[in-house]
Design a protein around this ligand. Structure first.
Ligand code: MD3
Ligand code: FE
Length: 203
């Protein structure tokens, strides 16, 4: 079951349901090595989500800007490898969406607790915008905002729910997007939070 958000953006409902516990366990393994932390925006505001990464490239934000880096500044070590379970599902779903040559080298892990949100932004720190992005959602649902090519363009709202996978690329790659504040609730697998994986070919 899938929803075509636009020509090159598809939401695969519950695509990850059969593997949810295995994927979440593998994410927990990554977070034991490179723990969640609050990043600061270049303007010095603490982001409301807590983040970590795995793969060759980890996404970072600090006073120097937004970028990818090979070393986790918290541990001084390379980021953990992307678990095989995540690579398998990400390449499967990207192929279903029509993107054949996707070789993920970066997976951003964002954990939202009630009240956390992500304002409208573009993902534009990656080297090759012809590569798609895949996002996995686990735990509590959230309202996703799908905008246009200017921040001020009006946006459509979609619910991202537990075990959903979203793939977009092509002409939709640089759309503004974000998520609204997470509402207070409890999920049997994650408790009172939402876990989002954003899987990219960054290098
Ligand atoms: C559509 N995360 O980490 S994922 C991000 O749900 C981010 O946590 C949000 O935006 C989250 O950068 C949204 C879905 C998503 C991500 C990037 C997109 C949809 C997108 C880029 C272009 C269009
Ligand atoms: Fe984004």
């Amino acid at each position: 079951l899938s929803t075509e958000i636009s020509e090159q953006a598809t939401l695969f409902h519950q695509f990850l349901l059969a593997d949810d516990e295995a994927l979440l366990n593998d994410i927990r393994g990554v977070l034991k090595q490179s723990p969640l932390r609050h990043l600061a925006t270049p303007a010095g505001h603490k982001m409301s989500v807590k983040s970590s990464s795995c793969g060759s490239y980890g996404w970072l934000s600090d006073k120097h800007g937004y970028r990818y880096q090979n070393i986790d500044p918290v541990t001084g070590q390379p980021w953990p490898d992307i678990p095989q379970s995540i690579l398998v599902k990400a390449t499967q779903v990207s192929r279903l969406a029509g993107f054949q040559n996707f070789q993920p080298d970066s997976c951003l892990i964002n954990v939202y607790t009630p009240g956390a949100k992500m304002g409208l932004h573009q993902d534009k720190n990656e080297a090759d915008f012809s590569k798609p992005i895949v996002s996995f959602s686990f735990g509590l649902p959230i309202t996703f905002m799908w905008g246009g090519f200017k921040r001020s363009d009006k946006y459509q709202k979609f619910s991202l729910q537990h075990a959903d996978a979203l793939v977009w690329g092509g002409k939709d790659r640089l759309r503004y997007h974000g998520v609204q504040q997470l509402k207070e609730a409890m999920h049997p697998l994650t408790g009172r939070c939402r876990v989002n994986l954003t899987i990219r070919q960054a290098g």
